[in-house]
Ligand binder design. Structure first.
Ligand code: ADP
Length: 170
């Protein structure tokens, strides 16, 4: 029996965008199973908690049967990769800045785990301008993000935006 090919698409997903979903769809066709791994990065201030990001992602990718969502708590991705017996990490690249950044991360990960490989997918043309930080900025200042994120994320962002504005006015 051939071994099941598992891919891991890790990121902050704060929030999940149509660009991420595009990568998830495409990667799910390459691997038998794709794990979307939500990184809990204590040094990054996020709009959504890890639990919220997991829930929003699960709802948004519900229709893709070979995708599951997990969190990376207290540990290196290389250890997680080893533990689940993954075949490759998946990352998306939008531009040359992403390229340099991803190349560095891929090399560092390979140093941690020699059999770890990173598969890079180029962003689709219609999504290459999308970034989670840009979307947060637009949403915060009441701009329209409906074409940029799935509807459940849009709704969660409208609520969060009001909470953040309230906190800052105190
Ligand atoms: P991180 O904090 O690890 O960069 P992100 O959630 O911002 O996490 O992104 C996760 C991955 O998805 C990264 O490889 C990033 O380059 C990629 N990515 C982000 N936005 C897009 C997009 N619009 N199209 C394709 N790939 C993207």
């Amino acid at each position: 029996m051939t071994k099941k090919k598992i891919g891991i698409y890790a990121g902050s997903f704060d929030p999940l965008t149509h660009g991420h979903i595009d990568i998830i769809r495409r990667a799910s066709k390459i691997f038998d199973e794709l794990i979307v791994l939500i990184a809990i990065n204590t040094s990054k201030k996020t709009w959504f908690t890890a639990e919220e990001r997991v829930l929003l992602t699960q709802q948004a990718v519900d229709q893709i049967s070979n995708v599951r969502v997990d969190t990376l708590r207290n540990g290196l991705i290389a250890n997680y990769y080893h533990r689940v017996g993954a075949s490759a990490l998946v990352r998306g690249i939008r531009n040359s800045t992403d390229f340099e950044y991803e190349y560095g991360i891929a090399s560092a990960n390979k140093k941690q785990c020699a059999n770890l490989d990173t598969v890079v997918l180029f962003a689709s043309d219609q999504y290459r301008y999308l970034s989670s930080s840009l979307i947060k900025e637009i949403a915060y200042f009441d701009g329209d993000i409906t074409d940029m994120v799935p509807e459940n994320v849009n709704q969660a962002m409208q609520i969060r935006k009001k909470e953040l504005a309230l906190q800052q006015s105190k």
